[in-house]
Design a protein around this ligand. Structure first.
Ligand code: FE2
Length: 384
């Protein structure tokens, strides 16, 4: 069984690409992970209709409370499981599936979410250098991109446009929207394989790297999806400090007459191999290329000129359009329910946001790959 592909009015080569079936068959009934979830496990794999299967791997893995196991509340069930499953089982599941949706555990406030994030033990990743305007709701919890609800945020890896990015991203639903507003995700290794099969030169040039070019206003501009001002991005109003920070990141910068700042990133590889100790080895479409090309448009920026290859040339709009269409085919968009949250491996999984109506509050927490050494922290404060 293969997922069918929708076609629309498009260029000949794009239509040709769209008429092919997905490479990955969908399995109607994949095996569950019995090894990790014994009968008395407080948490068990469940299925949702939106879930997909790529080469036998459920995407995302969805976990829910085990109604047959004894726990006083869903929050307790999850806490118990995370404490027992961290780090080995959590890491193995995340590495395999790329994303884990925790459903029906009622992690429904910023404080509860903050506490649950802490249970996983990953070090916090401070939100410095990102493009979006955000508000802090708890020590490790922020609002997600507060750009206008009518705007779609295209697929990207979090902060792939800067040299230092989070290894993990958590998203939590505090208040679901009336309609839309999903946070679709997709396996980056699949989009990379699809594009490489059709356009090896494009993928090769991406692997050699791209530069991201962005003009930041002086103050935050919430009317723009990329409206974060340079003062809040670099947490200082001091231009000399900003310049020092840019130099340390190998960025070049230029002050413009209206007080805004134009920054040019170093050349960053846009296709990467997910390598390192305990990593997946997958080749990923690790970039914000489509999001930048189609989304970095405001009074200061034009997306098509906001990204260039290492040789200074600009990207082909037709290939960007094709990548965007394949992304929509691969995407999994599950409806947000209050108290649900998802843990994403930012090395291998892309995310986006659909437009929405109503009041929506989806929060985020970013983390490093490393875990906090609890004993060391306790020892440092004299609690051992
Ligand atoms: Fe994001």
């Amino acid at each position: 069984m293969y997922k069918s592909v929708k076609t629309s009015v498009c260029s000949p080569s794009l239509c040709q690409a769209l008429s092919r079936p997905l490479l990955t068959p969908l399995s109607p009934n994949p095996p569950l992970q019995q090894d990790y979830f014994p009968a008395d496990s407080p948490v068990v794999p469940i299925r949702i209709p939106e879930q997909k299967v790529f080469n036998g791997i459920e995407f995302p893995l969805v976990l829910g409370p085990n109604k047959k196991a004894a726990s006083s509340t869903p929050q307790d069930a999850l806490k118990e499981w995370v404490q027992a499953a961290t780090p080995e089982v959590v890491d193995a599941l995340l590495l395999k599936h790329g994303a884990i949706l925790f459903k029906d555990f009622n992690i429904d406030t910023p404080d509860r979410f903050n506490a649950m994030v802490e249970e996983f033990g990953f070090e916090n990743f401070p939100y410095v250098g990102g493009a979006a305007v955000r508000r802090q709701l708890a020590p490790r919890v922020f609002t997600t991109n507060e750009s206008p609800p009518s705007e779609k945020i295209p697929f990207h890896h979090e902060m792939a446009q800067v040299p230092s990015f989070p290894a993990k991203v958590f998203f939590q639903c505090d208040t679901p929207p009336e309609t839309g507003g999903e946070t679709p995700i997709l396996p980056s290794w699949e989009i990379c394989a699809r594009l490489e099969a059709e356009h090896p030169n494009f993928v090769q040039k991406l692997a050699e790297g791209v530069r991201y070019i962005r003009v930041m206003p002086e103050e935050d501009d919430p009317s723009s999806a990329i409206g974060r001002g340079w003062k809040s991005t670099y947490a200082t109003p001091d231009r000399a400090e900003v310049e020092a920070r840019l130099r340390s990141l190998n960025y070049t910068g230029e002050w413009l007459a209206d007080g805004s700042l134009r920054t040019i990133s170093p050349v960053l590889p846009a296709v990467r191999q997910d390598v390192g100790e305990g990593r997946s080895g997958r080749k990923t479409f690790f970039n914000s290329v489509v999001a930048v090309f189609t989304g970095w448009n405001d009074s200061r920026n034009k997306g098509e000129r906001a990204i260039q290859f290492a040789d200074g040339s600009y990207l082909d709009p037709e290939l960007i359009a094709e990548a965007g269409v394949i992304m929509e085919e691969l995407a999994v968009a599950f409806p947000w329910k209050r108290g649900d949250f998802v843990l994403i491996d930012n090395h291998t999984v892309m995310h986006s946001r659909k437009p929405f109506t109503g009041k929506r509050l989806v929060t985020a927490s970013l983390a490093k790959a490393a875990r906090v050494l609890k004993a060391a922290v306790a020892g440092a404060s004299g609690e051992l």
